[in-house]
Design a binder for this molecule. Structure first.
Ligand code: FNR
Length: 185
Protein backbone atom coordinates (compact mmCIF):
# COMPACT_ATOMS: atom_id res chain seq x y z
CA UNK A 1 0.00 0.00 0.00
CA UNK A 2 1.23 3.47 -0.84
CA UNK A 3 1.42 5.68 2.27
CA UNK A 4 -1.60 7.96 2.39
CA UNK A 5 -0.05 10.64 4.55
CA UNK A 6 3.35 12.28 4.42
CA UNK A 7 4.43 13.81 7.71
CA UNK A 8 7.18 16.41 7.73
CA UNK A 9 9.24 15.29 10.71
CA UNK A 10 11.37 18.18 11.89
CA UNK A 11 14.44 17.36 13.96
CA UNK A 12 15.48 20.11 16.35
CA UNK A 13 19.18 19.19 16.47
CA UNK A 14 21.94 19.58 13.88
CA UNK A 15 24.23 17.11 15.65
CA UNK A 16 25.41 14.20 13.52
CA UNK A 17 24.83 11.65 16.30
CA UNK A 18 21.69 13.40 17.53
CA UNK A 19 19.36 11.30 19.67
CA UNK A 20 16.47 13.35 18.27
CA UNK A 21 17.46 12.34 14.73
CA UNK A 22 17.76 8.69 15.76
CA UNK A 23 14.34 8.84 17.42
CA UNK A 24 12.87 10.35 14.24
CA UNK A 25 14.33 7.51 12.16
CA UNK A 26 13.07 4.93 14.67
CA UNK A 27 9.59 6.46 14.44
CA UNK A 28 9.75 6.28 10.63
CA UNK A 29 10.35 2.54 10.91
CA UNK A 30 7.66 2.00 13.54
CA UNK A 31 5.00 4.06 11.74
CA UNK A 32 2.00 2.22 10.32
CA UNK A 33 2.07 1.85 6.54
CA UNK A 34 -0.37 4.70 5.92
CA UNK A 35 2.10 7.16 7.41
CA UNK A 36 5.35 8.14 5.72
CA UNK A 37 7.74 10.19 7.84
CA UNK A 38 9.72 12.71 5.80
CA UNK A 39 12.56 13.22 8.29
CA UNK A 40 14.30 16.56 7.86
CA UNK A 41 17.08 18.36 9.64
CA UNK A 42 17.39 22.12 9.60
CA UNK A 43 20.92 22.57 8.21
CA UNK A 44 19.60 24.22 5.06
CA UNK A 45 17.13 26.71 6.51
CA UNK A 46 18.72 30.14 6.41
CA UNK A 47 18.17 32.75 9.13
CA UNK A 48 14.81 34.40 9.11
CA UNK A 49 15.12 38.09 8.23
CA UNK A 50 12.04 40.20 7.69
CA UNK A 51 13.91 42.25 5.10
CA UNK A 52 13.91 39.20 2.81
CA UNK A 53 10.18 38.59 2.92
CA UNK A 54 9.45 40.36 -0.37
CA UNK A 55 11.86 38.03 -2.19
CA UNK A 56 12.28 34.97 0.03
CA UNK A 57 15.35 32.74 -0.34
CA UNK A 58 14.83 29.46 -2.20
CA UNK A 59 15.37 27.39 0.95
CA UNK A 60 12.46 29.14 2.72
CA UNK A 61 10.18 28.53 -0.26
CA UNK A 62 11.20 24.87 -0.48
CA UNK A 63 10.56 24.37 3.24
CA UNK A 64 7.14 26.07 3.07
CA UNK A 65 6.22 23.99 0.02
CA UNK A 66 7.22 20.78 1.81
CA UNK A 67 4.94 21.74 4.69
CA UNK A 68 2.06 22.71 2.40
CA UNK A 69 2.18 19.36 0.63
CA UNK A 70 2.24 17.37 3.88
CA UNK A 71 -0.63 15.84 5.85
CA UNK A 72 0.91 16.76 9.18
CA UNK A 73 3.97 17.87 11.11
CA UNK A 74 5.93 16.09 13.80
CA UNK A 75 8.55 17.86 15.91
CA UNK A 76 11.27 15.73 17.48
CA UNK A 77 13.44 17.97 19.57
CA UNK A 78 15.93 18.18 22.38
CA UNK A 79 15.72 20.85 25.06
CA UNK A 80 18.33 23.60 25.08
CA UNK A 81 18.50 25.73 28.19
CA UNK A 82 14.94 24.86 29.20
CA UNK A 83 13.54 25.77 25.79
CA UNK A 84 13.76 24.72 22.14
CA UNK A 85 17.00 25.01 20.15
CA UNK A 86 17.44 28.24 18.19
CA UNK A 87 17.53 26.42 14.84
CA UNK A 88 14.07 25.05 15.51
CA UNK A 89 12.67 28.45 16.48
CA UNK A 90 14.19 29.87 13.29
CA UNK A 91 12.50 27.21 11.15
CA UNK A 92 9.17 27.84 12.86
CA UNK A 93 9.54 31.57 12.16
CA UNK A 94 10.33 30.85 8.49
CA UNK A 95 7.37 28.46 8.14
CA UNK A 96 4.98 30.83 9.90
CA UNK A 97 5.30 33.59 7.31
CA UNK A 98 3.95 35.47 5.37
CA UNK A 99 1.72 36.84 8.11
CA UNK A 100 -1.61 35.01 8.16
CA UNK A 101 -0.37 32.36 5.74
CA UNK A 102 1.58 30.02 7.97
CA UNK A 103 2.59 26.83 6.19
CA UNK A 104 1.89 24.95 9.44
CA UNK A 105 -1.70 26.12 9.33
CA UNK A 106 -4.26 23.34 9.66
CA UNK A 107 -1.62 20.60 9.84
CA UNK A 108 -2.17 18.06 12.60
CA UNK A 109 0.89 18.39 14.78
CA UNK A 110 2.80 16.14 17.15
CA UNK A 111 5.50 17.07 19.65
CA UNK A 112 8.15 14.68 20.94
CA UNK A 113 10.78 16.04 23.30
CA UNK A 114 13.70 14.02 24.58
CA UNK A 115 16.81 14.26 26.69
CA UNK A 116 19.60 12.03 27.94
CA UNK A 117 18.76 13.67 31.29
CA UNK A 118 15.91 12.86 33.67
CA UNK A 119 13.33 15.47 32.62
CA UNK A 120 12.83 14.33 29.02
CA UNK A 121 12.90 17.82 27.52
CA UNK A 122 9.51 18.66 29.01
CA UNK A 123 10.21 22.40 28.92
CA UNK A 124 10.99 22.30 25.20
CA UNK A 125 7.68 20.53 24.58
CA UNK A 126 5.80 23.05 26.72
CA UNK A 127 7.39 25.96 24.87
CA UNK A 128 6.31 24.46 21.56
CA UNK A 129 2.80 24.09 22.93
CA UNK A 130 2.92 27.79 23.81
CA UNK A 131 4.17 29.15 20.50
CA UNK A 132 2.46 26.91 17.92
CA UNK A 133 -1.28 27.37 18.42
CA UNK A 134 -1.51 30.70 16.55
CA UNK A 135 0.29 29.36 13.48
CA UNK A 136 -0.32 25.60 13.40
CA UNK A 137 -3.12 23.09 13.15
CA UNK A 138 -4.45 20.97 15.99
CA UNK A 139 -1.76 19.70 18.36
CA UNK A 140 -2.17 16.14 19.60
CA UNK A 141 -2.57 16.36 23.38
CA UNK A 142 -2.49 12.69 24.30
CA UNK A 143 -0.40 10.68 24.71
CA UNK A 144 2.10 13.24 26.01
CA UNK A 145 5.67 12.18 25.39
CA UNK A 146 8.82 13.40 27.14
CA UNK A 147 11.55 10.86 26.60
CA UNK A 148 14.05 10.78 29.45
CA UNK A 149 17.33 8.86 29.57
CA UNK A 150 17.70 8.39 25.81
CA UNK A 151 21.51 8.26 26.06
CA UNK A 152 21.67 4.46 26.13
CA UNK A 153 18.75 3.79 23.78
CA UNK A 154 20.75 3.25 20.57
CA UNK A 155 23.61 1.00 19.54
CA UNK A 156 26.67 2.16 17.59
CA UNK A 157 24.78 1.71 14.31
CA UNK A 158 22.01 4.00 15.52
CA UNK A 159 19.53 1.15 16.00
CA UNK A 160 17.02 1.48 18.82
CA UNK A 161 17.86 -1.14 21.44
CA UNK A 162 15.81 0.02 24.43
CA UNK A 163 12.60 -1.98 24.33
CA UNK A 164 10.68 0.26 26.71
CA UNK A 165 11.37 3.25 24.46
CA UNK A 166 10.37 1.30 21.38
CA UNK A 167 7.00 0.50 22.95
CA UNK A 168 6.37 4.13 23.87
CA UNK A 169 7.30 5.31 20.36
CA UNK A 170 5.05 2.70 18.77
CA UNK A 171 2.10 3.75 20.93
CA UNK A 172 2.73 7.37 20.08
CA UNK A 173 3.06 6.96 16.31
CA UNK A 174 -0.04 4.76 16.12
CA UNK A 175 -2.02 7.40 18.03
CA UNK A 176 -0.58 10.11 15.80
CA UNK A 177 -1.57 8.17 12.65
CA UNK A 178 -5.17 8.09 13.89
CA UNK A 179 -4.98 11.82 14.74
CA UNK A 180 -3.65 12.66 11.26
CA UNK A 181 -6.37 10.58 9.60
CA UNK A 182 -9.07 12.29 11.64
CA UNK A 183 -7.85 15.75 10.66
CA UNK A 184 -7.35 14.98 6.97
CA UNK A 185 -10.92 13.92 6.20
C1 FNR B 1 21.71 20.98 26.50
N1 FNR B 1 21.15 19.86 27.12
C2 FNR B 1 20.02 20.01 27.90
N2 FNR B 1 19.30 18.90 28.34
C3 FNR B 1 18.16 19.06 29.05
O1 FNR B 1 17.52 18.07 29.43
N3 FNR B 1 17.70 20.31 29.39
C4 FNR B 1 18.35 21.44 29.00
O2 FNR B 1 17.89 22.54 29.29
C5 FNR B 1 19.56 21.29 28.23
N4 FNR B 1 20.24 22.40 27.80
C6 FNR B 1 21.24 22.27 26.86
C7 FNR B 1 21.78 23.40 26.24
C8 FNR B 1 22.74 23.26 25.25
C9 FNR B 1 23.25 24.49 24.53
C10 FNR B 1 23.20 21.97 24.88
C11 FNR B 1 24.23 21.82 23.78
C12 FNR B 1 22.70 20.87 25.49
C13 FNR B 1 21.69 18.52 26.84
C14 FNR B 1 21.00 17.92 25.62
O3 FNR B 1 19.80 17.29 26.04
C15 FNR B 1 21.92 16.90 24.94
O4 FNR B 1 23.10 17.53 24.49
C16 FNR B 1 21.21 16.17 23.81
O5 FNR B 1 22.00 15.09 23.39
C17 FNR B 1 20.92 17.12 22.65
O6 FNR B 1 20.03 16.52 21.73
P1 FNR B 1 20.51 15.70 20.47
O7 FNR B 1 21.53 16.52 19.73
O8 FNR B 1 21.10 14.42 20.96
O9 FNR B 1 19.26 15.47 19.69
Amino acid sequence: MVAAHTIVTIVGSLRKESFSLKIAHALAELAPEELQLDVMTLHDISFFNQDLEAAPPADWLAFRDRLHKSSGVLFVTPEYNRSIPGVLKNAIDVGSRPYGKSSFNGKPTGIIANSPGPLGGVNAAKHLQNILPGISGPIMQQPEIYLAGVGDAFDEKGELIKEALQQVLKQYIDAFAAFVEKHNK
